[in-house]
Design a protein around this ligand. Sequence first.
Ligand SMILES: NC(=O)c1ccc[n+]([C@@H]2O[C@H](COP(=O)([O-])OP(=O)(O)OC[C@H]3O[C@@H](n4cnc5c(N)ncnc54)[C@H](OP(=O)(O)O)[C@@H]3O)[C@@H](O)[C@H]2O)c1
Length: 304
Amino acid sequence: MGKEIPQTVDFFTHRIWRQILGLGQPVVGRGLAQLSHRWATRVGQVHDVDPAPPDDEPSLNPDDVAHRYAADSRPARKDRPWVMLNMVTSLDGATAVDGTSGGLGGEGDKMAFRAIRAVADLIMVGAGTAMAENYGPPVLTAELRAARVARGQSELPAIAVVSRRLSLDPAARLFADESFDPFVITTSTDGSPEATATKEALATGATVMEVGDDQVDLAAALSELRQLGFATVLLEGGPTLNASFIELDLIDELMLTLAPSLVAGASTRLATGPIEAVRPMRLDRALAHEDNLFLRYVRQESHG
Ligand SMILES: NC(=O)c1ccc[n+]([C@@H]2O[C@H](COP(=O)([O-])OP(=O)(O)OC[C@H]3O[C@@H](n4cnc5c(N)ncnc54)[C@H](OP(=O)(O)O)[C@@H]3O)[C@@H](O)[C@H]2O)c1
């Protein structure tokens, strides 16, 4: 299938610890600024977070932001990759406006989105999102591509679309691009004649992975991806697929952009499914940019 076997290399991790311990350079600025997250280590204390730091404190440029995300520790397990989820929501929890997420995030969110994508070995997305957002091959700046190669990763992350019913259009941008070979993760069951025809058509422009008979076995899919060398998977939604990951306790990290608007309407929240599953997370970092918050949460260690 012509894919490079990527590896994830963690570096700059010590910088994060220096910040946690209060040893780091001040990085709070007027633009994209890091808010001190030391309060998170002080149990029971409440701390003020200043969204308008003093002028003399430097803000982060896009390279700094990319370094921040690349420096985070993401140890893959033997049996599956590290899984990070990236989503943007409004203040009242909406995940889409007019059917896509584009109306929520601003320039800062796009910057963070690219920086996070640059970290991933593989981007995973549900069929609904891939179609609604008209997914194509990933695009990264020359600097981000070079940084990936320097870390031992492929120049661009791979993409995998999850679909049980194969409600996908083989002519869609993602599958029509002959220079890019996405994965389609589905079941081995022969569905309707239409689904079978779609599977055959998709197989000409994608690598079809069959995991599970009636349902897609997401844990088995991750295990297979790990065996192929993918150490870091970035889940980009949508809410239905997110819910399955949370139910199966497969989320190691959540990157949440809190966009500064109220939306109302009927948009679903970050994860929607029939099963409630409580997964405790720990705040690791908060960045601010023009009233947006970029929050990084990681699985609580005690939670395993
Ligand atoms: N705010 C954000 O950051 C963000 C991010 C992503 C998406 N969104 C928005 O979310 C909306 C789409 O939501 P959605 O919940 O429909 O998206 P989704 O989870 O991407 O797509 C749902 C479809 O994905 C497949 N799927 C999901 N979970 C599966 C599982 N466990 N096993 C097998 N297949 C599975 C199914 O496809 P088949 O029916 O083909 O089996 C299902 O119908 C869009 O409006 C999009 O813009 C927002």
